[in-house]
Design a protein around this ligand. Structure first.
Ligand SMILES: O=C(O)Cc1cc(O)ccc1O
Ligand SMILES: [Fe+2]
Length: 444
């Protein structure tokens, strides 16, 4: 099935989306010349017989710097749809998370088993846990995804929050109302609250990765303070799609809406991926984590990982994030008289970590690509024994650490697990042992 306004490959499959650069700015795009109204959002009759529709991601009255909204010019208005009815939630869960008692233990999982055939992105979503409350628009959910099939006549939209997608294996083609994003391992893709999309697997499956569903304030770039005007994730490296619409929208399409934790479905008589032009700031985006400008010490000590923040979702309290997305990207370590890997710590924020490739410098073994670890509020963690021994004795030459790409979803409230996460076969038993044998060296 082709998509208009996009380069197409053999069989009509979209292969090379075109992008519009920048973060938080006003993008605009039209798949057909003249489809975007000039000088007004809502003309008496929108161009080319399209319907004009606004989609807001923040309250109309929020300050300009935080305001997110887009105008869509589409073949049919989103309002033209039948009644939604409840459908199965599968392995998806939502906040408040009350299936288990919040757990202070350090926990680690191996990757999820491969999906059954015919598992698409939505049916393969598997919730690990989260915090906050979807009805209050606070907190996050941590999901894993695994898929073996493309969504063809199925479209998903999440009313509960934005979806930060972190592929670990395989490529996703995200066909959204705003156009297409192609995301593979090392990229992140963000689908804003309410934006409809379907996921194709252009290189086949199985694919897998992580999702942070952010119920709170939309992710933004962190302030840079004394760092200056440049650095960390640079705005121009974020890519929004350009307008592209389904060439064959007049066919039955099942639309799944995640609403207050549950899935609802309705079969439309058309595809809602029928937006011919759009402009605005509430847009999907793609970012290549390898573009992250990693800053660190050039003197001594291990800086806090806040320095690796790619995106942050503000809470009402300055400096306290609802959630941060943090990347541990290749970098040079040069600290003098410094224990260079992550230090031992107990953190008031809760940390879920995943691994996109290779290994992570705090863990000698057991933390696998596609797996994850949870170090909840105040839980004591840091280098495993092997890493501690090695780094305490290492000769401190400048050293490049470039054998992995790890990330962290860090959040203000403890993460409560789903029952399936706590009883999963891929939950590692005995994770505590990595800190056993850290012996007494104290010699007064
Ligand atoms: O590995 C972790 O636990 C994440 C982490 C990394 C780091 O460099 C410092 C603190 C921290 O929580
Ligand atoms: Fe930590």
């Amino acid at each position: 099935m082709g998509t208009h306004g996009m380069v197409t490959g053999p069989g009509g499959a979209a292969v090379k989306p075109a992008y519009s650069p920048g973060f938080g700015n006003e993008h605009s795009s039209e798949a057909v010349p003249g489809a975007l109204p000039v000088g007004r959002n809502s003309p008496q009759r929108a161009p080319l017989g399209l319907y004009a529709e606004q989609l807001s991601g923040t309250a109309f009255t929020q300050p300009r710097a935080a305001n997110r909204r887009s105008w869509l010019y589409r073949i049919r208005p989103s309002a033209a749809h039948p009644r939604f009815t409840r459908t199965g939630n599968g392995r998806l869960r939502g906040a408040p998370f009350e299936e288990t008692v919040p757990d202070p233990n350090r926990l680690r999982w191996d990757p999820l088993p491969d999906p059954d055939p015919d598992t698409d992105f939505v049916s393969g979503l598997w919730t690990l846990g989260g915090n906050g409350d979807v009805r209050q628009r606070t907190g996050i959910a941590i999901h894993l995804y695994r898929a073996s099939a493309s969504m063809t006549d199925r479209v998903f939209g999440d009313s509960d929050g934005e979806l930060l997608i972190v592929p670990e294996r395989g490529t996703l083609l995200l066909l959204t109302e705003f156009g297409a994003l192609r995301a593979g391992p090392g990229d992140i893709a963000l689908i804003p609250r309410g934006v409809r999309f379907r996921v194709e697997l252009p290189e086949g499956g199985p694919v897998r990765g992580y999702v942070c569903e952010n119920y709170g304030t939309p992710f933004d770039l962190p302030e840079l303070g004394p760092i200056g005007a440049n650095g960390l994730a640079n705005p121009r490296d974020f890519l929004a799609p350009t307008a592209a619409y389904d060439e064959n929208p007049d066919r039955p399409v099942e639309v799944i809406n995640k609403f207050c934790g549950n899935l609802w479905a309705a079969v439309y008589d058309h595809s809602p991926l029928d937006v011919v032009a759009w402009h605005g700031s509430h847009v999907p985006y793609l970012y290549d984590l390898r573009r992250f400008n990693v800053l660190g010490t050039i003197s001594y000590d291990h800086p806090d990982p806040s320095l690796f923040t790619v995106l942050t979702s503000a809470s009402g309290t300055p400096g306290l994030a609802n959630a941060d997305f943090v990347v541990f990207a290749p970098r040079w370590l040069v600290g003098e008289d410094t224990f260079r890997p992550p230090y031992f710590h107990r953190n008031v924020m809760s940390e879920y970590m995943g691994l996109i490739e290779g290994s992570y410098d705090a863990k000698a073994e057991g933390f696998r690509p596609g797996g994850g670890s949870l170090h909840n509020m105040m839980s004591a963690h840091g280098p495993d024994r092997e890493t501690f021994d090695r780094a305490s004795a290492a000769e401190l030459r400048p050293q490049k650490t470039d054998d992995g790409l790890a990330f962290m979803f860090e959040t203000r409230w403890p993460v409560t697990l789903t029952a399936q996460a706590l009883s999963a076969g891929h939950l590692q038993r005995g994770y505590d042992e990595v800190w056993q044998g850290l012996e007494r060296h104290f010699r007064p």
